[in-house]
Write a protein that binds this ligand. Sequence first.
Ligand code: FES
Length: 115
Amino acid sequence: MTELQTMTTGWAPVCPAEELAAEGSRKAVDLPSGERCVVLNVEGRLHALSALCPHRELTLEGGLVRDGEITCPWHRARFSVETGKGTRASRWALKTFDVAVVDGTIHVQEKEDAS
Ligand code: FES
């Protein structure tokens, strides 16, 4: 049995891991649930966040990533790439997803304790 066969059905493939191997790379993907998420390589670690800003449901796929935060390009709300929680007194939070690399492919799934 391969590792992939042991994964639950909630995991969705994103892309080959080599596609996001570079620091700062990112890729947005539509999940089977209909949600869109963005996978980011931040300092060599992969993070997956909802691609829609909770403020006005606009895309933050192109948001600036710096110091562990992604900044929404529309009205500048900032979110931790690690937890999805708003920073700098923002009351909003982004949904986060678990990320795994299996057999060279990045997969994401919804966290059971998503905030
Ligand atoms: S849509 Fe993101 S801060 Fe307004």
